[in-house]
Design a protein around this ligand. Structure first.
Ligand code: GUN
Length: 286
């Protein structure tokens, strides 16, 4: 069997067009959704990410501000900037790009963001909302994975989903989202004794470890759906995921490529969350 691709670029294009249309409608009511992106230091990967986030906002008609600071910025100054953005009514989403320099306590900064503007979904209140099924913001990458499953009309009820990775940003929220859709969920991690025994039982596998070839063809049940969140470089310096794509695509029914899979969905869901935040702000004032 050769798996069908779930094309993250095509799905993003469709979802971003909807964001652009909804943004135009909101603007007609006098409100422009606004995202603030804060970058501290000069991490090259972060610079690319924030540029892409701001560009995506512009393309969809959202207002965006990029605040760039020296790596020597103090924690107190950064916290003061977050407070100012919390109080800025033109801003509906605040994103502090991670990683932050070592002298800054990243968790403290995240907790300083108003949960109403936490479009990254990293605040404890957002995590708690996801866990309890209350309204809040979902972290963009696992949210994008859920949209990809939705795009193929996949019904998770009763299915066994295996998540490889337990980060606060992907693995843990991913597991909760799958659970909310009635999947039976297993979370695997570096301490898992027999990963292959787990993945062979899975109808859906999400690989989110950050290591090449974590998932190979012999570990996948025929017909499984495989989502690859990894972002790695192979020996030739080419971008690759956590999944051995060439092998696994012969066994899976659907698979996401890297690049062009989950990656573009992360920024798309950031736009979706920022728009949603602006819509909530408008309904709060009516
Ligand atoms: N660094 C890598 N990915 C992300 C992300 O999704 N959000 C933020 N704030 N920082 C990141």
């Amino acid at each position: 069997m050769t798996a069908q691709l779930i094309d993250g670029n095509a799905l993003s294009k469709q979802l971003r067009a909807q964001v652009a249309a909804d943004t135009a409608a909101l603007k007609a009511q006098g409100l422009t959704p606004g995202l603030a992106v804060v970058l501290v230091g000069d991490n090259p990967a972060s610079q690319v990410y924030v540029r892409n986030k701001v560009k995506a906002c512009e393309e969809a008609g959202l207002h965006s501000v990029l605040e760039k600071y020296e790596a020597t910025m103090s924690e107190a100054d950064l916290l003061a900037r977050v407070t100012a953005l919390n109080n800025d009514s033109s801003i509906h989403g605040i994103l502090v790009q991670l990683p932050l320099p070592a002298h800054i306590d990243a968790q403290k900064v995240i907790e300083a963001i108003s949960p109403a503007k936490d479009v990254d979904g990293f605040h404890m209140a957002s995590a708690g909302a996801l866990m309890t099924g209350m309204p809040g913001f979902w972290p963009c990458t696992p949210y994008g994975c859920m949209k990809m499953l939705e795009s193929i009309g996949y019904n998770l009820t009763g299915k066994h989903a295996v998540v490889i990775g337990r980060s606060n940003i992907v693995g843990k929220p991913m597991a909760l989202m799958l659970l909310q859709q009635n999947a039976t969920v297993t979370i695997c991690h570096s301490g898992t004794q027999d990963l292959k025994a787990m993945t062979l039982q899975a109808d859906v596998i999400v690989a989110a470890v950050g290591k090449r070839n974590v998932l190979t063809a012999d570990m996948v049940k025929p017909g499984a759906v495989v989502l690859d969140v990894g972002m790695n470089r192979n020996d030739e310096g080419k971008l690759c995921g956590d999944v051995d794509f060439d092998g696994v695509k012969e066994v899976a029914s659907y698979i996401t490529p890297v690049p062009g899979g989950v990656g573009p969905m992360t920024i798309t869901m950031l736009l979706v969350n920022t728009l949603e935040s602006a819509q909530r702000a408008l309904s709060d004032t009516h």
